[in-house]
Ligand binder design. Structure first.
Ligand SMILES: NC(=O)c1ccc[n+]([C@@H]2O[C@H](COP(=O)([O-])OP(=O)(O)OC[C@H]3O[C@@H](n4cnc5c(N)ncnc54)[C@H](O)[C@@H]3O)[C@@H](O)[C@H]2O)c1
Length: 254
């Protein structure tokens, strides 16, 4: 699928790796100027330089989305560099430490919520402030299949990802009549460095079991999420807002 984002500006958080990186590349290849933001600023910078060397417009920014001042600076730096903000993909996210709720710690709850839920809220706050003034924009938030179903030992992650869908629907309602659309994407099992980390932390067997449970019988690729994000950010989805689109090989429809 190909869309044109010529003369458009896109911002991607968690852009140094996995789904965020694939989406930043897809936006750049579709003609957008792209701000790649990540808590790993050096990696974001390196990926931006690679895109620039390939003839694209890109900048790398360090931003921890759990820090509201850094989020405000990220939006300001993007607009200062490229003059506007048309499409934002709020993608940065982390896993919780696997534990039953009775054994989980408040520190892990706060850590996961501060990135996966408050981070998305903070990004939307400053993106919408800018898009409202600009009179246009699209936002795609990264939820998960974990935003649609429960997950034993994964309550903190699943609760945050359910919350992302609530933020998405509420923002969509607020801005529907103001030329700003807000949607979410719900990836299923996508092979990224996050999945590698799960294997390294002893969850390889669980991942294998999950892959077998995918109706399509395979895990997905980051580029398959990027395709959905670009569609949701493009004029081809001009009548779509407040939706949470599963891209999961059929996982949650069972
Ligand atoms: N991979 C999957 O199977 C899968 C499934 C469903 C949802 N998701 C979601 O997709 C998103 C991307 O995941 P991925 O698999 O590409 O992971 P990844 O670990 O490959 O990439 C995540 C990126 O986010 C960055 N990041 C982490 N904390 C951050 C913070 N506080 N501020 C800014 N950046 C931060 C990391 O440095 C990394 O570059 C996450 O929100 C994740 O929950 C992934």
């Amino acid at each position: 699928m190909s869309f044109s984002f010529e003369n458009k500006v896109a911002l991607v958080t968690g852009a140094a790796s996995g789904i965020g990186l694939a989406t930043a590349k897809a936006f750049a290849q579709a003609g957008a100027a792209v701000a790649l933001a990540d808590v790993n600023g050096e990696a974001a910078q390196a990926q931006a330089e690679t895109l620039v060397a390939a003839g694209h417009k890109a900048i790398g920014l360090r931003c921890d989305v759990s820090n509201i001042d850094q989020v405000e600076a990220m939006i300001n730096d993007t607009v200062a560099a490229f003059g506007r903000l048309d499409a934002a993909f709020n993608n940065a996210g982390i896993q919780n430490i696997l534990a039953e709720i009775a054994d989980a710690t408040v520190e892990d709850y706060d850590r996961v919520m501060s990135v996966n839920l408050r981070g998305v809220w903070a990004c939307m706050k400053f993106e919408l402030e800018h898009m409202r003034r600009q009179g246009s924009g699209t936002i795609v938030n990264c939820s998960s299949l974990g935003g649609l179903v429960g997950g034993a030992e994964r309550a903190n992650y699943h609760a945050a990802k359910h919350g992302v869908i609530g933020l998405t629907k509420s923002a969509a309602l607020e801005y529907a009549a103001r030329n700003i659309r807000v949607n979410a994407v719900c990836p299923g099992l996508i092979w990224t460095p996050m999945a590698d980390q799960m294997v390294a932390s002893g969850q390889g067997e669980a991942l294998e079991g999950m892959t077998k449970a995918v109706p399509m019988g395979r895990h997905g690729q980051p580029e398959e999420i990027a395709d959905a994000v670009l569609w949701l950010s493009s004029t081809s989805s001009s009548y779509v807002t407040g939706q949470s689109i599963s891209v999961d090989g059929g996982f949650v429809m069972r």
